[in-house]
Design a protein around this ligand. Structure first.
Ligand code: ATP
Ligand code: MG
Length: 557
């Protein structure tokens, strides 16, 4: 049973339903348009789920389009990683498109604007262009090149294209309105010179179109009906429309804006994520602490848990900050139903059962998942020499400590009840605890029904495998990274204990763990085998701890 209230249609679903009803569009076409200048992150997942989800819901199509108009920052590596991530999330695009395939058409439309007297080549320096643009309170100043006749501009544009000018020497600008209250409309740049090879078009071009000019045309070429972007582009919409209205396009798309996803304790700007990678603050784009799709995958996230998260946060028109605990909650709920349970001791302390015969093994039955009886059971070798968690024994415990201490009796999960006998210390540290088992309590129940509160997990000292557990915490200590203190850099907020590595021991079945498949280590949380593991070194990433602080806070837990 899902207790969530059913959500009504979001504002985009309402718009599309209306457009279909009114016959404004026959078929819904959306697109997800990443720039291949980095790996996808959880914010992109929101856009992916939205664009592909709308197409699916209304029986339309969604393209994956690479907005590859800036060769200075783009790379084929990203093109491939992005496709892998979209597929992994469970979506299949209708067409795979590249903005760079439209460079010829873009150029023809630029010529059309020039011919109509709606664009001009400006030889002011970049600094002059910036300065004369004006501010929110001050109108802009028209360029001295603004009234060059169209025929002359056409020739200059051709020469720009032919590489006759240097980078920064001139740009092509739209001729709109230097007095517009919307700064985006003050003769924005259409083309700039970049003498860099492009990862797809090589050195065929040395002028590249700007985002605002290219984006609507990309949509027009592909027949996109609803071009959905984040709120920052709301003020660019008049420009989006202006470019489309002033040349002969084959189709007229519309732009709609929604609130981007901001997640607590992380940054999502690709520039910053790239810096974290390049400065080796993280191990790569797929470091399990990264908010990237590949990082989440390596952390143990499943596509369905991410889709569920995107569904939970919904689609709105106001920016907000979503707690990362909600994302963790979505994974935890799923893994609770699906993940097999295993025992691992992350900080081992020797436990010896003094009344257990040396060398004797009792194979006890352990259920694989109490939430799923069909997952069956597995045999576990109970014996005289075990390890328990060091934190599960205290010489003088505080009130309310129900684990092992002088005088107490505890249950060893799936095994027997054991009672404290003695312990050994070396250099002031407890190194071994001696206990006596109630040999009549196989399975963990006292024959006389006495109540035992504490249950500990354990591994058999002679039948276990060494493991490395990587315990992750937030990458940044500040919850809302958009609210950094004046003068501080985002790197000032790095959490020094975002990764803690511990050496532990696990039950032998962990040797058969599949990379990335969720496993619950009893009392520790959900883990998955890191793909870099070898038979000699089994590395487990903690995907999410067991404690559900989010559900508790919301009164659900
Ligand atoms: P950056 O500014 O860091 O380079 P970007 O937003 O420009 O990131 P793109 O590759 O252009 O990255 O984004 C592709 C699509 O994903 C865009 O349509 C954009 O609106 C959307 N998107 C990016 N970040 C988010 C986010 N945090 N929440 C929702 N959608 C996002
Ligand atoms: Mg962008």
């Amino acid at each position: 049973m899902d207790p969530r209230p059913k959500r009504g249609p979001n504002f985009l679903e309402e718009i599309i339903a209306q457009d279909l009803e009114d016959g404004v569009v026959q078929e819904v076409v959306t697109r997800f348009p990443p720039e291949p200048n980095g790996y996808l992150h959880i914010g992109h997942a929101k856009s992916i789920c939205l664009n592909f989800g709308l197409a699916e819901k209304f029986g339309g199509r969604c393209n994956l389009r690479f907005d590859d108009t800036n060769p200075a920052k783009e790379d084929q590596e990203y093109v491939e990683a992005i496709q892998e991530d979209v597929r992994w999330l469970g979506f299949q695009w209708d067409r795979l498109c590249f903005a760079s395939d439209y460079f010829d058409q873009f150029y023809r439309w630029a010529q059309e604007l020039v011919q109509k007297g709606l664009a001009y080549v400006d030889f002011q320096t970049p600094e002059e262009i910036r300065r004369t643009r004006g501010t929110l309170t001050e109108i802009g100043v028209e360029s001295p090149y603004r009234d060059t006749p169209p025929e002359e501009n056409l020739r200059l544009l051709e020469r720009m294209r032919n590489g006759e000018f240097e980078e920064g020497q001139c740009v092509l600008r739209a001729k709109i309105d230097m007095k517009s209250p919307n700064l985006n409309m003050r003769d924005p740049v259409i083309y700039r010179i970049l003498k860099r090879p492009h990862h797809r078009t090589g050195d065929r071009w040395c002028i590249y179109p700007m985002y605002d000019f290219a984006h609507g045309y990309e949509d027009a070429i592909e027949g996109v009906t609803h071009s959905i972007c984040t709120l920052e582009f709301q003020d660019h919409r008049p420009l989006y429309d202006w470019f489309l209205d002033n040349v002969s396009v084959p189709h007229r798309p519309r732009q709609y804006e929604f609130a981007r996803l901001n997640l607590s304790h992380t940054v999502m700007s690709k520039r910053k994520l790239l810096e974290l990678v390049e400065s080796r603050i993280v191990s790569g784009w797929d470091d399990p602490r990264m908010p990237t799709i590949s990082g989440l995958r390596r952390r143990g996230y499943t596509p369905s848990s991410i889709r569920r998260f995107c569904d939970e946060i919904g689609v709105a028109k106001a920016d907000s900050l979503v707690d990362v605990e909600l994302l963790q909650h979505c994974l935890r709920e799923e893994l609770n139903k699906t993940a097999p349970r295993r025992m691992a001791v992350l900080n081992p302390l020797k436990l010896t059962i003094v009344n257990w015969p040396e060398g004797h093994i009792d194979l006890v039955e352990a259920e694989n998942n109490p939430e799923d009886p069909s997952a069956g059971t597995r045999p576990l070798p109970f014996g005289r020499d075990l390890y328990i968690e060091a934190e599960d024994f205290m010489v003088s415990p505080p009130k309310g400590y129900f684990r092992l201490f002088p005088g107490s009796e505890v249950r060893l999960k799936h095994g027997y009840l054991v009672r404290y006998v003695d312990h050994r210390e070396e250099d002031g540290r407890v190194v071994e605890v001696l206990v006596e088992a109630d040999l009549e309590s196989r399975g963990g129940e006292a024959p006389d029904g006495r109540r035992i509160k504490g249950t500990l997990h354990w591994v058999n000292a002679h039948h276990c495998v060494p493991i490395t557990a990587r315990l992750y915490d937030h990458l940044f200590t500040l919850r809302d990274m958009s609210r950094m203190e004046e003068g501080k850099d985002y790197k000032d907020y790095l959490n020094p204990s975002s990764l803690v590595e511990v050496k532990g021991l696990g039950e032998e079945s962990l040797r058969d763990a599949e990379p990335l498949a969720g496993i619950q280590f009893l009392r520790h949380g959900y883990f998955c085998l890191d793909p870099s593991s070898t038979r000699e070194e089994l590395i487990f990433n903690r995907s999410v701890p067991l404690k559900d602080s989010w559900a508790k806070a919301k009164g659900k837990g």
